[in-house]
Design a protein around this ligand. Sequence first.
Ligand code: PBG
Ligand code: ZN
Length: 318
Amino acid sequence: MRLRRLRKSPRIREIFRDTDIRNDKLVMPMFVDENISDKEEIKNMPDIYRFPLRLLVDKAKEYEDIGVKSILLFGVPKHKDAGGSAAYDSRGIVQEAIREIKKETDLAVFADLCLCEYTDHGHCGLIKGKKIDNDSTLGVYAKIAKSYADAGVDGVAPSGMMDGQVGRIRKELDGNGFEDTLILAYSAKFASVMYSPFRGAVFSTPSFGDRRTYQMNYSSTREAIREIELDIEEGADVVMVKPALFYLDIIREARNRFLLPIAAYNVSAEYAMIRSAGDRGIVNLDSVVDESMSSIFRAGADIVISYFTEYLLKRGRN
Ligand code: PBG
Ligand code: ZN
C-alpha cells in the first residue's frame, strides 16, 4: 500500500481530502456604531471596521454580492447605563440595523445578545452589590430577544453565559409568536484573553473584576459538555464553542456527542494574531488562514463565525 498515491497531484488531493471550507458555512461578524459618521478600522484587526448604519447596509450588500450568506451583528450604542437599557430599545442601533439589512438584502441576520456593550460597567449582566446577578439579568435578555425578533432577526445569539438564559429567551420568543426565531447559543464560552481586540472595538471591557464568574474556566472539558447539554434541553437550535482554535478538542467532543449543528467562533485575537503573523511575513497569510480554518471544520464545526469570512470569499477557494 502506498498512501502517497492519494497525494500525487493537486487535483487528486483536492478530490480525496475529507474536509472542505464551505463558503456558505462561514458567518461574518459586523459592527454597527451609533456614535460615528464614517467607518472606523478596529485596532489590531486590519480590514475590520465599525460602521455607521448607512455604511453598514452598503457593506452588507457588498458581502451578499461576494457570496456571504449570514452575518452576526454587534452594536455600539450612544447611551450606556447600569441596566443596559439601550439594548432593548425598539429604535436601538442593532434593531435598526436588523430592519435595514433584512429590507435591503437576503442575508440571514443573527444578532449577538448581551449587555456588556450597553452597561456603563461593561459586565454581561446586572450588578447586585459586587456580583453579577444571574436571575434578574434573564428578564433583560428576554426583552432584548423580543426587540430583535420584532425587528425581524433570523436568530439571536445569547453570549452572556447566565444560567437559564436559553430557556428564558425561548419562552419569551414563543410567547410572542416568534416560534421560528432561532437561538444560536454561546454554550461553551470560555473566559479567554482572546476577546481583547473585540472589547477594544466595542468598548466593553469590564470596569471592575473580570468575567470568570460567568464565562467558563478554560481548564474544564466536562463542564463544557454540561453547558452544552443544558442549552440543548432549554431549546437551543445551534450550540457554540468559543474561542475556536485553542478549543478544537471541545468542538470535537461536542461533535461526537450531540446531533444538532455546532458553531465555532474564531474570535478577534485569533484573527489579530494570524493576520499579524501573515502581515509581518512570519508565515504566508493565505496558507495560515487555510490551515487554521480547515482545522476548525476538521474538528467538527458545522459553521464558523470568522473575521476571515470576507477574505476567504474574496480569495475564492471552494
Ligand atoms: C459579548 C461578546 C464577546 C465576544 C462575542 N460576544 C466578548 C466578551 O465576552 O467579552 C467576543 C468576540 C470576539 O472576540 O471576536 N459577550
Ligand atoms: Zn457580554
